[in-house]
Design a binder for this molecule. Structure first.
Ligand SMILES: Nc1ncnc2c1ncn2[C@@H]1O[C@H](COP(=O)(O)OP(=O)(O)OP(=O)(O)O)[C@@H](O)[C@H]1O
Ligand SMILES: [Mg+2]
Length: 296
């Protein structure tokens, strides 16, 4: 059995995820054969908040499902926490270390009570009843739900947004070292979005968790990501720090994405001949830059 070291906040050195020339083909050898990923290489370091961006169908979900061993590369290599996911035993044990919050996780909630839903993972890890209890309470609280109030009710009695919190709590209860979230804020209201980012920030600060965030929302990426990948039709079009990536307008457009509003505004000002920087990411930075221009 491969041994996974560095649990519970211990950061291992080197990349948390290493992807080398990854190609993934759905339904190979059938008339439905489709190459969803082609020759992708990237590295995600421990403790990063790494964003995966791209238009619908660009391969984001396919890529991140390799990170917890759900998919096996058709070609190339994916190593997670130093372990090669080509090994079946690695793939079947990675769920303990890599939490994956699926796209629309509220649709996959299944248990009769919220307690049972969140306890499912920790119970499967063979933890004691007391430890399961502690983890369920902690992760419900972290997800913004009051354990005493919600534990015995059915997840189906909740709104979609609240049910998503339950699904997220179920993944957090595993205390993963790497947390992959596939469009966790899609369809949520602003307070729901903030709640998700509060969870992410808390986990990074307190446990040094590596977070991989799939998103269409470039404002989100600009605000929180340490680095980002831009996928386009199964290929990696661009990778780097958001500040750098968002200066590459033609690639952003080719990928079917938008610039963050602040970056777009500064670019428009620059094109109108105003002496402003274009590597601006947030509204605060834009305000400062424009104030500086006016003073001049
Ligand atoms: N099970 C499958 N069988 C065949 N093709 C698939 C399967 N799942 C996804 N695909 C195809 O692979 C491509 C990438 O899909 P994927 O779900 O990874 O995209 P995505 O970037 O996550 O899109 P979205 O933003 O809509 O979630 C799409 O063209 C999709 O139709
Ligand atoms: Mg997807």
């Amino acid at each position: 059995m491969p041994v996974i070291t560095g649990r519970q906040g211990g950061r291992s050195d080197g990349p948390a995820v290493k992807v080398e020339n990854l190609t993934y083909i759905y339904s190979p050898g059938t008339p439905f054969e489709f190459a969803a990923l082609e020759e992708i290489s990237l590295e995600i370091m421990a403790g990063e908040l790494y964003a995966v961006a791209g238009a619908t169908g660009s391969g984001k979900s396919t890529l991140v499902q390799h990170f917890n061993g759900l998919l096996k590369p058709s070609a190339g290599r994916v190593s997670v926490l130093g372990l090669d996911t080509a090994d079946r035993r690695v793939r079947s044990s990675l769920w303990r270390e890599v939490g994956l919050v699926f796209q629309q996780p509220e649709q996959q909630v299944f248990a009769e009570t919220i307690f049972d839903e969140v306890a499912f993972g920790p119970k499967n890890m063979g933890l004691s009843a007391q430890e399961v209890e502690e983890r369920v309470c902690e992760s419900l609280t972290r997800s913004g739900l009051n354990p005493a109030e919600v534990r015995d009710i059915s997840p189906f009695a909740l709104s979609g947004g609240q049910r998503r919190r339950v699904a997220i709590a179920g993944v957090l209860a595993m205390r993963p070292q790497v947390l992959v979230m596939d469009e966790p804020t899609a369809g949520l209201d602003p307070s729901g979005r903030r709640a998700v980012f509060d969870i992410i920030e808390g986990l990074r600060r307190e446990r040094g968790v590596t977070v991989i965030l799939v998103t269409h929302d470039m404002e989100e990426v600009a605000r929180v990501a340490t680095r980002m990948a831009v996928l386009c039709r199964g290929r990696l079009l661009k990778e780097g720090e958001p500040r750098e990536v968002f200066t590459c307008l033609s690639e952003i457009r080719e990928a079917g994405l938008d610039l963050p509003a602040a970056a777009a505004m500064m670019r428009a000002l620059s094109e109108a001949g105003k002496p402003v920087r274009t590597d601006i990411l947030t509204l605060d930075e834009a305000v400062e830059e424009i104030a500086g221009m006016i003073r001049k």
